[in-house]
Write a protein that binds this ligand. Structure first.
Ligand SMILES: Cc1cc2nc3c(=O)[nH]c(=O)nc-3n(C[C@H](O)[C@H](O)[C@H](O)COP(=O)(O)O)c2cc1C
Length: 401
């Protein structure tokens, strides 16, 4: 399987003669399973047609802030969408604008908004590429973390011979692959996560639920996906969705969540149970809405399956992570959970503490592992907590090797 499968590549095209090679580059990316979106400078269309790039990328090609229908081509969204941005060819002009922070076209605005890594393939004529301003500008963007794919030596469009040819599409493709290889330590790993609350129906309009939003589990799914894993997320009822490529299995009840987890479990290498699964469900679901009456009513509850415990019993080679949300005796309860559920790690956090638990963007957790190993983490963004988990598992893997 290609490392570029499902990766989101934002390809910036500028007005250099080497733009005629870009359709081939787009084909290489698309063939490898990547999703490609192209942004061109207005002048670039003189060197390669947007129509060709649109057909090959299977996406509209953008080059202006507003479409013909006067709709805003949202550069911020585009920049956030991308896993990597590649600018090929990169002209001296666009390079100068990048190094000067200019923003007078959609490509530049998108680059300034993008959070992802950028790789650029400069292409210029001999003297241009040697010019001190070009050299200085390339150094400047390198210092900011942009990867510069050096121009090659050979015959140039002007007829001169020397340095200035854009790196070949195959070499650009290989560099992008290498970038993902260096940043995808979980490539080839299958990760199963559950997240969110469960809703247990009382009647056709009412249910027993909880305040979980799924934020923590979704952050974990995002982090694993960004690190190259194939992620399945069994997601209870929440309006939140992952931003990365994740296979979502929506469920509503604890029973549904249990069944979906069980069927995905044998194929998984790492399993993270972060969902706030209801411990009980009503014995009967009323066929019609319960009418308001003056007297008390009782709803009889029956226990749901214990998903983490079941997975612990069925465990073969999976690395099993559970969450413990407690209101008292946090660490004692987490340690007990670790052994009673046969888990490999419990992430414990206290409900009711400021900034931790349901709904918050932040969490303060302890990692509780066998052998009384307890690691305390500071209060931090849930995305950062997710990264701590990945780092922790990577360290365990490294030790095993
Ligand atoms: C035939 C032709 C070929 C060009 N090739 C290059 C080139 O390879 N590299 C470059 O930096 N500029 C090249 N230019 C100049 C750019 O097209 C020009 O600077 C343009 O304004 C760049 O616009 P952009 O950076 O917004 O895409 C070429 C111009 C012409 C007319």
């Amino acid at each position: 399987m290609s490392r570029l499968r499902h990766k989101r590549i934002l390809l910036g095209v500028t007005a250099g003669i080497a733009a005629y090679k870009v359709p081939h580059l787009v084909r290489l990316f698309v063939k490898a399973g990547a999703e490609v979106r192209v942004v061109m400078t207005p002048d670039a269309a003189q060197f390669v047609t947007p129509q060709t790039l649109s057909v090959l990328s299977k996406n509209p090609v953008l080059s202006t802030f507003f479409s013909q229908e006067r709709q805003w081509n949202n550069h911020v969204e585009l920049g956030e969408w991308a896993d990597v941005m590649v600018v090929a060819p990169l002209t001296a002009n666009t390079l100068a604008k990048m190094s000067g922070g200019m923003c007078d076209n959609l490509l530049l605005a998108t680059w300034l908004s993008a959070r992802c890594k950028t790789l650029v393939a400069p292409a210029m004529d001999l003297e241009m590429y040697q010019h001190p301003t070009v050299k200085a500008n390339l150094e400047k963007i390198k210092d900011w973390g942009v990867v510069v794919l050096p121009a090659g030596v050979g015959e140039l469009a002007s007829g001169l011979n020397g340095e200035g040819r854009m790196a070949e599409p195959e070499a650009i493709f290989a560099s992008v692959e290498q970038y993902f290889a260096d940043n995808q330590p979980f490539f080839g790993t299958r990760v199963l996560v559950n997240a969110g609350p469960t809703f247990e129906a009382i009647d056709p309009v009412r249910f027993i639920g909880n305040r979980s939003t799924g934020k923590m589990g979704i952050a974990i799914a995002n982090a694993f996906s960004a690190a190259g894993a194939e992620v399945t997320l069994v997601l209870g009822p929440t309006h939140l969705r992952p931003v990365s490529e994740v296979n979502i299995i929506p469920v509503e009840t604890a029973e549904e969540m249990n069944l979906k987890m069980l069927s995905a479990y044998p194929a998984a290498n790492i399993v993270v149970c972060s969902a706030a699964v209801a411990d009980y469900r009503p014995v009967t679901i009323e066929a019609h809405k319960i009418k308001k009456k003056a007297q008390d009513i009782a709803i009889q509850l029956t226990p749901n399956a214990d998903i983490l415990k079941t997975l612990g019993q069925l465990k073969t080679t999976q690395y099993l992570v559970g969450f413990a949300l407690e209101t008292e005796q946090l660490l004692e309860n987490a340690q007990h959970k670790l052994t009673s559920k046969n888990a490999d790690l419990i992430i414990a956090n206290e409900a009711g503490e400021k900034g931790t638990g349901f709904g918050f963007d932040t969490n303060q957790v302890y990692f509780v592992a066998p052998g009384n190993k307890i690691t305390k983490f500071e209060l931090k963004d849930k995305n950062e907590v997710a990264k701590d988990l990945l780092q922790y598992i990577l360290e365990i893997r490294a030790r095993k090797k």
